[in-house]
Write a protein that binds this ligand. Structure first.
Ligand code: ZN
Length: 298
């Protein structure tokens, strides 16, 4: 049971070192191990969202990490699998076929089924959540509230910022589906990239000082919400040298982790280390599906 000053915090890493623009498996593996080591050394937990290609390229590392309590979920960029567009451009049947094939490839490589899913570029349409639910996922982190980038088929203006059951018919609504969406943490007061992208907690976006301002803001914001299960979700990609202590991104990550402790004290909250699956489980316990307790859509 959590109380109002409990906030889950998730450190997520999209694993896509095999995408053609990167094509550096060695860096990808080192980045994964370095990110996991750094986050777990701070007592926090990691969720990896992994392309089928990355699962095939370094299955032993991923299986070992899964055995150590790291959540290993699915990540999917259609363009890396021979399709032309982003996830949100495809009809339900097309998405179902693409994701089902990706699940098979993931499971063949790693020996287990993914339980959590994040689409590439947070690209989605109104079919994405019902398809994700139908394929058996427990949780997802598809949404980036406030993002408005139609070119990426990633339009989330007005999307709920809170943890919620997904909606069968509308990606911007909450409630109904047996699928818990754990949105990426964003600040829609600060829009970047010509107004299309809200500032988020991706490690590589800013230096640690700037990240601290947003951590401070979102911890205070989450504390003030009435949600039964609260979550802050940070992200990065396995395309940075997180294994190297002198690397700027590694140092930014370390400082963010350190700042979390100080800011939790400042706001008098408890930051609970969690995977995306942990958050979904807590949400299901706090607000059982079908108990007349739909998540409010902020
Ligand atoms: Zn990606």
């Amino acid at each position: 049971m959590t109380d109002s000053s409990d906030i889950h915090i998730c450190w997520t890493l999209d694993c896509e070192a095999t995408q053609r623009a990167v094509a550096d498996v060695d860096l990808g593996q080192r980045a994964v191990q370095g990110f996991v080591d750094t986050v777990t050394a701070a007592g926090m937990r990691v969720t990896l969202f992994v392309l089928p290609g990355d699962a095939r390229a370094y299955p032993r590392l991923l299986r070992n990490l899964a055995g150590q309590g790291v959540e290993v979920g699915l990540h999917f960029h259609p363009q890396e699998e021979g399709h032309a567009d982003y996830c949100g451009a495809y009809a339900a049947d097309e998405q179902r076929q693409m994701y089902a094939a990706a699940i098979r490839q993931f499971a063949d490589a790693l020996g287990f089924q993914p339980r959590a899913f994040r689409t590439g570029s947070c690209s989605a349409n109104d079919s994405t959540f019902p398809v994700t639910a139908a394929l058996g996922f427990d949780s997802c982190s598809h949404s980036m509230p406030g993002r408005n980038m139609a070119g990426l088929r990633s339009s989330w203006t007005g999307a709920p910022a809170c943890v919620h059951y997904a909606h069968a018919a509308n990606r911007l609504l909450a409630g109904g589906l047996d699928l818990v969406e754990v949105p990426l943490t964003t600040d829609t007061d600060t829009m970047l990239w010509s107004g299309g992208h809200p500032q988020d907690l991706r490690v590589e976006l800013f230096d640690a000082k700037q990240q601290r301002y947003l951590l401070d803001k979102v911890i205070g914001r989450e504390k003030a919400t009435a949600q039964p299960v609260k979550a802050i979700v940070a992200l990065s990609h396995n395309t940075f040298a997180y294994d190297k202590r002198g690397d700027f991104r590694r140092q930014t990550l370390e400082q963010m982790l350190t700042d979390c402790t100080a800011l939790a004290d400042k706001h008098q909250v408890t930051l609970r280390p969690a995977t995306i699956g942990d958050v979904a489980k807590a949400h299901r316990q706090a607000m059982p599906l079908g108990a007349g307790s739909k998540s409010p859509s902020t």
